[in-house]
Ligand binder design. Structure first.
Ligand code: AMP
Length: 298
């Protein structure tokens, strides 16, 4: 496995690796991350390994996707451990550029997706998705992958990136991967290390609320979007520490919100999404309401 820090070297290494592969149709798979790797990231590397000939993992804490009062400086980092994790997962190339390598001058070009980013996380983190789509476009241009792997943990991000790829005719297949959870239901996140033991326990209300909402949908036929929003809030508010940013139900991937009176039953295109703060730590989680057997893992 190669650890590479410059764009020029990365391009050269990918080109060499492509040449060494007999098949002319070699697939480069990209897994973009901000590092501090956990089993969620590992699942993306695993999927990439299965669906690509050359796996590139990028580790870059991207300053332009953080707001001025967000956690860019304190974001957890452990490069040595990440490199070992990547090696163990069979990654071929780890790309770890510096901020100066990615942004040698202040950015004057922004890739921006409009409607999909004005809601949910986009509403509470202005500019966040512009930072994401800009850096992902740069990574696509640098790596030129045929496939790129993203976690459904960040479902809005998946929708936004798919829209960008469609709108700009980018020749890359976006592969969404399921959310990986702790055994008690908490969705894995690099930011979970910020939680105190007590907050970590209280944070279980997120996955619990999703589970209760799913069970209610499975059990009843008359539920409306307002009922779902009520169930979510009621369950999250069981934790006195939880501060709800949003608890929403919308279509996926259009992210069009359901009107309060709209019925939920019989729809298989719905996403329930949560963002909840515990102290300074903002956690997100979601579930897709598809066929009930698909949902039983939460
Ligand atoms: P991050 O390093 O947090 O920017 O995440 C990098 C990629 O890993 C994104 O595509 C995330 O959606 C994905 N990811 C993060 N946490 C999880 C998780 N618990 N399960 C699946 N994918 C995840």
């Amino acid at each position: 496995m190669k650890v590479i820090r410059t764009i020029a070297e990365l391009r050269q290494e990918i080109s060499l690796k492509r040449q060494s592969i007999q098949s002319r149709e070699s697939v480069v798979g990209l897994v973009p991350t901000m590092g501090f790797l956990h089993e969620g990231h590992a699942s993306l590397m695993h999927a990439a390994k299965q669906k690509s000939d050359i796996v590139v993992l990028s580790i870059f804490v991207n300053p332009i996707q953080f707001g001025p009062n967000e956690d860019f400086d304190s974001y957890p980092r452990d490069e040595a451990r990440d490199v070992e994790t990547a090696r163990a997962k069979g990654v071929d190339i780890v790309f770890i550029p510096s901020v100066e390598e990615m942004y040698p001058q202040p950015t004057q070009t922004t890739v921006s997706v409009s409607r999909l980013t004005d809601r949910l996380c986009g509403a509470s983190r202005p500019g966040h998705f512009d930072g994401v789509t800009t850096v992902v476009s740069k990574l696509f241009n640098i790596v030129q992958p045929q496939r790129a792997f993203f976690g459904m943990k960040d479902a809005q991000q998946v929708a936004v990136i798919q829209q960008m790829v469609n709108d700009l005719n980018m020749a890359v297949e976006i592969v969404p991967c399921p959310i990986v959870r702790e055994s008690d239901g908490l969705a894995l996140s690099s930011r979970n290390v910020y939680l105190s033991a007590e907050q970590r326990q209280e944070a279980l209300v997120l996955s619990k609320a999703l589970r209760v909402a799913q069970e209610a949908v499975d059990a009843g036929t008359a539920l409306t979007a307002a009922d779902i929003r009520g169930i979510l809030r009621q369950n999250i508010e069981r934790s006195p520490m939880a501060m709800i940013d949003y608890a929403e139900i919308q279509a996926f991937p259009s992210l069009e919100p359901l009107a309060d009176q709209e019925k939920v039953h019989g729809r298989d295109d719905l996403l329930i999404a949560l963002a909840v703060k515990f102290g300074k730590t903002r956690l997100i989680d979601n579930i897709r309401l598809q066929k009930s057997e698909v949902l039983s893992h939460v």
